[in-house]
Design a protein around this ligand. Structure first.
Ligand code: AMP
Length: 592
């Protein structure tokens, strides 16, 4: 075995019962029928009623202020039924679009499951978004209901929500324990706004799961585009089949596990692996309301005796940066499997975790569009640090190129770079970009789904991430569309043109950098430019939220443009990173 491989025998797997990769692939069959009645909430929760795990803790919530609340599978079934009953009381119908703008709060989990139980469509948004990304997504997604907190509502929603024609109801998650005779009665809230806990208290705790079919829409996740508005990615109830099987294969998850997924609920991982997959498998999942904190995280791993941990490279790099000594204060012996997703995981991070945490991270790969993990360092296989791993059972992956006839073909050559593609047809494959059929169709050719990622594959079938084929930026796990950032900056009166790119960052992977050309009437003294830079950063933060706004702004007299007037982000990036400028035959005007 080469030195670049972590052979499981060398660290002595703590799990004697690992599934065999080849056997799992050979035996695999999706066995799904899109016409069959299937409901994600039933698979995740109601199916466990009247079984041995009905009263087992399904969700343990750790609040920011050290409160712990446990919800059994029965509790989740009853609470989600109450939520479905509330939707019925409002006279909404199946297909209702429910959006959330909240952190990791119990009512998020209850309303996700309740929406699916009712036959509605759930969309989580990042609560760190500013008003503009929230509004554009709710407009595109034709939101009927928003679940949020009163303070987020005041800061980001109150000013415009009445302008959205489909949006009828806002539900506040504050006051978890609220009963009908507590403080802050309805009259204190704006018209159309309600305390969710109060409605739940008065609702029926029995609601049979809607008889949805496998191909009925269940989830609408938003992802960023390079040239246009964000895209609503449609997923159907059948996706649950892939959520469940991929968690078993890629996360090695089993019913006896205590599982912690640290993903933000606004990201697809927060739904597929932060709610659906673990509940389907009957595990106990730990949900921490607080944001990343080194001591707190090690404490949770120790105190909650986490066995399976699913996190992201930015967090892992922050743990590495904190040094190895702090880890010695904690007992992490319960851990059996740790995995990472969302951005490239540096090989050093895998080696660090093996040395310092006692287990190597298993990187895996997927996208909002794929709905579930597609490629993973499989539990029973050797890990190759720096590689995303092997295609999961049921998934056919390839590196593809276009041939002379324009057809997409798999390349056989070992380690040649091309686009990563997946054979069409797995159950959690997205079924459309909402109202953008043409854009959706462009993602597929000759039976392949084209991922937009560049990668290579080695002789043992392991996939290695190379980069995005487009201009999308991955910063701390957030996929950011440059167009959205450019549009926000363009609204400032001083700005004439903007080009936005991602530049490498040691912790966040990439950070957003904006190149701005100012209007001719702007005074370009050093003092004025310094003030303007600060102002533009604040302007963008207010509109977009801190996670999306540029960290760096550079002024230029002109930006490089094609003859058709498009700013060449690729060229900005090549120049920023001292890379080859490639084909610049379409360059019309240049930066100065
Ligand atoms: P999202 O749809 O926001 O989950 O972003 C999906 C994109 O994140 C992929 O197309 C990749 O560019 C990137 N990504 C996800 N997982 C990995 C990984 N393990 N290694 C490298 N990039 C990843």
């Amino acid at each position: 075995m080469s030195e670049n491989i972590i052979n499981k025998m060398s660290y002595g797997s703590r799990d004697v019962n690992l599934l065999d990769y080849q056997q799992s692939c050979d035996d695999f069959n999706w066995q799904t029928d899109p016409q069959q009645i299937l409901n994600i909430a039933y698979q995740a929760v109601d199916r466990h009623l009247n079984t041995a795990i009905e009263n087992k803790v399904a969700l343990r919530w750790l609040s920011k202020n050290e409160q712990i609340i446990d919800f059994s599978y029965r509790d989740l079934a009853e609470q989600s039924s109450r939520f479905a009953s509330v939707l019925e009381q409002f006279s909404f119908e199946q297909g209702v679009r429910v959006f959330s703008l909240v952190g990791r709060h119990p009512l998020l989990y209850i309303s996700t499951l309740g929406t699916l139980k009712f036959g509605g469509v759930f969309t989580p948004l990042f609560s760190a978004f500013g008003p503009e990304p929230i509004r554009s997504r709710m407009e595109i997604g034709e939101a009927n209901i928003l679940i949020t907190t009163k303070s987020l509502y005041r800061k980001k929603i109150a000013a415009w929500w009445h302008e959205l024609p489909h949006l009828k109801v806002i539900l506040f998650i504050d006051n978890l324990e609220k009963s009908s005779n507590a403080d802050s009665p309805y009259s204190e809230l704006d018209k159309g706004c309600y305390w969710l806990a109060e409605l739940l208290t008065n609702a029926n705790s029995r609601y049979p799961c809607a008889k949805t079919h496998g191909n009925d829409m269940a989830l609408l996740h938003f992802t960023s585009g390079t040239t246009g508005k964000p895209k609503g990615v449609i997923h159907v109830h059948q996706a649950v089949v892939a959520h469940e099987s991929s968690a078993r294969y890629a996360l090695n998850l089993k019913q006896e596990d205590i599982y912690w997924c640290t993903a933000d609920p606004g990201w697809v991982t927060g739904t597929s692996y932060g709610i659906i997959a673990p509940l389907c498998l009957g595990v106990t999942m730990i949900v921490d309301e607080a944001e990343f904190d080194i001591e707190r995280w090690y404490n949770i791993l120790q105190q909650q005796k986490i066995t399976v941990w699913y996190t992201a490279p930015t967090a892992i790099r922050m743990l590495m940066k904190a040094g190895d000594d702090i880890r010695q204060n904690f007992d992490l012996s319960a851990l059996t499997f740790i995995a990472s997703v969302g951005e490239p995981l540096n090989p050093e991070a895998v080696r660090w975790s093996e040395k310092v945490l006692g287990l190597p991270f298993h990187d895996n790969w997927w996208q909002t569009e794929t709905g579930a993990i597609m490629i993973a360092n499989f539990a029973s296989q050797p890990i190759k640090p720096g590689s995303m791993g092997l295609p999961l059972p049921g998934i056919t992956a390839a590196i593809v190129k276009r041939n002379e006839q324009g057809h997409v073909e798999a390349i056989e050559t070992n380690m040649e770079i091309g686009e990563l593609a997946l054979k069409q047809g797995w159950p959690s494959m997205f079924r459309g970009y909402l109202h953008r059929e043409e854009k959706y169709q462009k993602c597929f050719q000759d039976g392949w789904y084209l991922t937009g990622d560049l990668a290579k594959c080695d002789s043992q079938g392991y996939y290695w991430f190379v980069g995005r084929a487009d201009d999308l930026i991955k910063s701390s796990g957030h996929l950011i569309g440059p167009f959205e950032v450019e549009s926000a900056l363009m609204e400032h009166e001083a700005v004439a043109e903007v080009g936005v790119i991602g530049i490498p960052d040691k912790i966040a992977g990439e950070v957003v950098k904006a190149y701005v050309a100012l209007n001719p009437n702007i005074e370009c003294s050093d003092d004025n430019l310094a003030v303007l830079k600060k102002e533009l950063k604040g302007f963008a933060r207010k509109k977009l939220g801190a996670a999306v706004a540029p960290k760096e702004i550079i002024f230029r007299q002109n930006l490089p443009k094609t003859r058709s007037g498009k700013i060449m982000r690729r060229l900005l990036k090549a120049r920023e990173l001292n890379l080859s400028e490639g084909d610049i035959s379409t360059l019309e005007s240049d930066e100065k």
